[in-house]
Ligand binder design. Structure first.
Ligand code: ASP
Length: 449
């Protein structure tokens, strides 16, 4: 998500040619070459594309890249209307309603498509979101800000720290809840990160995303955002959660605990699932209905403790047949403090990895085991492989998601450098990230036996 001015993505030869004819994105241009004529709207180019093509949306709606060979003649045929979005005026705020802060970090929920050029633009500010979902005015008084404008694949632990600090500022100002608009791809990681960084929360912090941008008729943005604001304003819990569709229809929004949630589908509206846990709550007829019994209650008098430091020296390594044991050595030799292994089944890796794992642990690297099965818990006492790994000093991660465990270790090594202390913290349930027992009914309907 980056704005490169009037000729977004163009560089080198293509940029020069377009600048020479005074063309901008959205203008009608014509390229004549080899006896052929290509005419259409100039659209933005990927910033990783070469500098020898211009991309045109033809009248048929198809986009084509035309190579600028020496004989090519490029002309601007007409000025295009510039993509513009005019947000409707903000609805009046009712002073009797709870106060909710919306912090926008980017992603599809904060973007819209310009249908003429086909470009996705990070143009929706949090207040635009508010104004295009006017029903929010009946739920809360909204204060809105853009923190980042990033696709979530570009979010790093440094961004988690910024998010945590910004939420803390909002809570200090006395809001009744905070909503974080976020790209869905890594929203689970960010939700886990803030679950560890924001301790002793007095009010809810709700992450929300959408699978389709707000200006598409099929968008899930408005329903998700409304559910998120409702939860931030009124939920009885004070935890970090993710608000997304429960099913593919628009009937209900479900709230997942930040440490137990995972994006499990590339495109469906109900992509997010609570793994090895019941969802925290759901929204039924504009009310927040609790589904989990064990949750931290909202208490505005509670004093928030912010621990926003994360270490980047933690790796998540998925085991696969034939994996080169040197991969473990590489991480040890490059200063990694912890490795989360996503092992097979109950928590296994090939015995070819035993020696490098032993060496890693002897050098003070914390090695922990999650399962790539996703659902279920690791049990390293069943087979001798598991028992051997335990004997080497591998820490089993119970029913924790591998992603959550990775984020937790990044957070732990932001607090301490001592591996023993780190292991103690890893085994301590800080934000509901694991349970002592995974009940069958807490597993997904479709995998119940
Ligand atoms: N790649 C996008 C992101 O995670 C997808 C989305 O927003 O849902 O930012």
């Amino acid at each position: 998500m980056s704005e490169n001015g009037e000729l977004a993505g163009y560089k080198g030869l293509a940029l020069e040619v377009l600048q020479n004819i005074g063309a901008e994105i959205g203008d009608f241009i014509r390229v004549i070459k080899g006896g052929q004529v290509f005419e259409g709207i100039l659209i933005p180019r990927s910033e990783y594309g070469d500098d020898k093509h211009v991309v045109i949306k033809l009248r048929s709606g198809y986009n084509i890249g035309v190579r600028l060979t020496p004989d090519a003649k490029v002309e601007r045929v007409g000025r295009g209307e510039k993509p513009a979005f005019v947000a409707p005026p903000l609805p009046e705020q009712n002073p009797a309603l709870p106060k909710v802060s919306i912090i926008s970090t980017g992603g599809t929920i904060a973007s819209r498509v310009d249908y003429r050029t086909g470009a996705v633009r990070p143009a929706l500010t949090a207040s635009d979101l508010y104004s295009v979902v006017p029903e929010l005015a009946d739920i809360a008084r909204i204060d809105a800000q853009i923190l980042f404008s990033l696709y979530s694949e570009n979010i790093t632990p440094a961004h988690w720290a910024e998010m945590a600090k910004t939420v803390a500022e909002k809570i200090a100002e006395g809001v009744d809840g905070v909503v974080i608009a976020h790209g869905t791809d890594t929203m689970g990681y960010s939700a886990a990160a803030l679950s560890f960084a924001l301790q002793n929360l007095p009010v809810p912090v709700i992450f929300v995303g959408s699978q389709r941008s707000a200006d598409r008729p099929s968008s899930d943005a408005a329903t998700n955002l409304t559910g998120a604001v409702l939860a931030a304003a009124k939920a009885p819990f004070a935890e970090v959660a993710v608000a997304m569709h429960e099913t593919i229809s628009d009937t209900a929004i479900v709230l997942h605990r930040g440490t137990k949630v995972r994006k499990c589908h590339t495109s469906r509206r109900d992509a997010f699932k609570s793994v090895n846990a019941k969802p925290l709550a759901k929204i039924v007829e504009k009310r927040v209905v609790m589904l989990a019994e064990d949750y931290k209650r909202r208490d505005p008098s509670r004093k928030l403790v912010v621990k926003p430091n994360f270490s980047g020296k933690v790796a998540l390594i998925k085991f696969y047949p034939g994996m080169d044991p040197a991969i473990i050595d590489w991480h040890v030799d490059n200063g990694y403090k912890a490795i989360v292994l996503e092992g097979t089944g109950l928590g296994h890796v090939s015995n070819r990895l035993f020696q490098p794992i032993k060496r890693a642990i002897e050098k003070g690297v914390v090695v922990a085991m999650a399962s790539q099965c996703i659902w279920g818990r690791v049990n390293m006492n069943v087979y001798d492989t598991g028992r051997d790994l335990l004997a080497l000093g591998v820490t089993p991660l119970e029913d924790m998601l591998a992603e959550t465990a990775t984020v937790k270790l990044m957070w732990i090594f932001g607090q301490t450098d001592n591996p023993e202390e780190a292991k103690q913290l890893l085994k301590t349930n800080i934000a509901g990230e694991f349970s002592q027992r995974t009940l069958h009914e807490e597993m997904r309907e479709d995998i119940k036996q």
